[in-house]
Design a protein around this ligand. Structure first.
Ligand code: ZN
Length: 473
């Protein structure tokens, strides 16, 4: 009896409590989430697909798809961010929160353009080209740390997520560049005999060693008591032993003094040769034992007649320097151009005669104005007339013109011009051109006149009257 009662009570409980509860549980409508993770990790750069879980609305027998919306989030932001999912079915809503973390796992990339990097003995590294790019931080070249080891250059960089990259490039020690040395002040300095040479020094720098000015060694052999050309040599070596040097030319000059000989003096001078008529002229001068002066050139016209320069020198005539090229546009373009041309003809004459001539005549004379066309307003004749003297040259103009440069082409007119001129001027410095046959042909009559009228013909020397015209440019 008691057992039946208990069974009955249990049945009643089953029907009235358990079954309804189970039924309610199974049939109660609501949001059901089966899989949902409260924390999720993603890798930066990969496609991030949010996981809102497997959620539906309904009961155990019928579950309906729900509408899911997501709070704002940034797929490009590293670290943690909280996402709120809102699930909606008809009028029912439900929210869940999830923490996502986005991690950057990718290390930066270092690129070096060169396969080898060079460095100086003092470890200074030659230029190279480096770039470091990170998938998240972008360009981080300026954060690259470089370490020079004996045979390698090590580059290291870390991105903001502490991903590290190392790169090694072969490193080779070298220094094949000479120092660069330059003069303070002018490369040519003129001082008068017994004057003082002031050393203005030089500057030196090196690709590896930087400023080497203090290591410059200066050698000079200047004797200011003795006129001449001297060199000051500046030498410097870098740490690797590469040597560079530069020099300065010092002209110690004696101001020329003019000595005017007694008597009636004529200096016959001939410009622009040698040429086809120089030989005939030399024969005439020799016949009368008259010495003159040849202001020679090395222009095309003179080619093949160089031996006439040698002969004139050997026969006691003065070889003066006129110009190598006789090209006004070139020689009067700058002081440097003028001296380049002048030293070239000086060298040529020295090679032919063994004698270095310091007697010169400017093309066009010192009074020429043609130089204005080429000197870009630098008044080059004013500059050159001083500069040549400072370098020990004596320049000569003339005070008797034969007219053979333009106003006449007749031998008789040249003769009368010169005879007229020498009778008015004493001493007379006569200008003729031995590249003109009609002018050369006048010389014998001029000499005959001169010798029969008590004139003395002399070659120019450094102390002869210079017959300067005066400078117009
Ligand atoms: Zn000339």
């Amino acid at each position: 009896m008691k057992k039946k009662k208990i069974l009955g009570v249990l049945l009643i409980i089953l029907f009235l409590v358990v079954i309804p509860i189970v039924a309610i549980i199974l049939l109660w409508p609501g949001f059901r989430t089966h899989t949902f993770e409260e924390q999720k990790t993603y890798i930066y750069g990969e496609d991030i697909v949010l996981d809102a879980g497997d959620v539906c609305y309904g009961n155990s027998f019928l579950c309906n798809e729900v509408h899911i919306s997501t709070s704002e989030w940034d797929p490009k932001k590293l670290g943690e961010q909280e996402i709120t999912y809102t699930y909606k079915y008809e009028e029912n809503t439900f929210e869940r929160k999830q923490i996502i973390e986005i991690l950057d796992k990718e290390a930066p990339n270092i690129e070096v353009e060169e396969n080898q990097i060079f460095y100086c003995p003092n470890k200074k590294v030659y230029e190279y080209h480096l770039k470091a790019i990170d998938n998240y931080d972008g360009e981080i070249t300026d954060q690259v740390k470089s370490t020079l080891e004996e045979k390698e250059m090590l580059f290291e960089v870390e991105d903001s997520s502490h991903n590290k990259t190392q790169k090694r490039v072969e490193a080779i020690q070298k220094d094949d560049e000479k120092p660069i040395i330059s003069l303070n002040g002018s490369a040519q300095v003129s001082i008068e005999v017994n004057g003082t040479y002031q050393e203005s020094g030089a500057l030196a720098s090196d690709n590896c060693d930087g400023d080497l000015t203090s290591k410059i060694e200066i050698q000079n052999n200047i004797n200011t008591k003795q006129a001449g050309e001297y060199k000051v040599i500046y030498k410097v070596k870098d740490e690797f032993g590469n040597e560079a040097s530069i020099s300065r030319t010092i002209y110690v000059y004696q101001k020329s003094q003019t000595i005017i000989p007694n008597g009636r003096i004529v200096y016959l001078t001939f410009d622009d040769g040698p040429g086809p008529y120089t030989e005939k002229l030399l024969n005439t001068l020799k016949q009368y034992n008259v010495k003159g002066t040849f202001f020679v050139t090395d222009q095309n016209l003179s080619k093949g007649y160089e031996n006439m320069i040698k002969r004139a020198y050997e026969e006691g005539h003065t070889i003066g320097l006129h110009t190598k090229t006789h090209d006004y546009s070139q020689i009067y373009s700058s002081k440097e151009a003028y001296f380049q041309d002048l030293y070239a003809i000086q060298e040529k004459v020295k090679n032919l005669t063994g004698h270095t001539s310091y007697i010169i005549r400017f093309p066009g004379g010192s009074s020429n104005t043609v130089s204005r066309n080429y000197d870009r307003g630098t008044h080059i004749m004013s500059e050159l007339t001083k500069a040549v003297e400072a370098r020990g040259f004596v320049y000569f103009d003339w005070n008797v013109s034969s007219g053979d440069a333009g106003e006449t082409t007749s031998t008789s007119k040249v003769t009368s011009n010169v005879i007229d001129g020498i009778s008015r001027r004493n001493p007379a410095v006569v200008l003729q051109h031995d590249v003109k046959s009609f002018s050369v042909d006048a010389v014998e009559a001029i000499i005959q006149y001169g010798l029969s009228h008590g004139y003395q013909f002399l070659p120019l020397t450094k102390t002869s009257p210079t017959a300067h015209h005066g400078v117009n440019n």
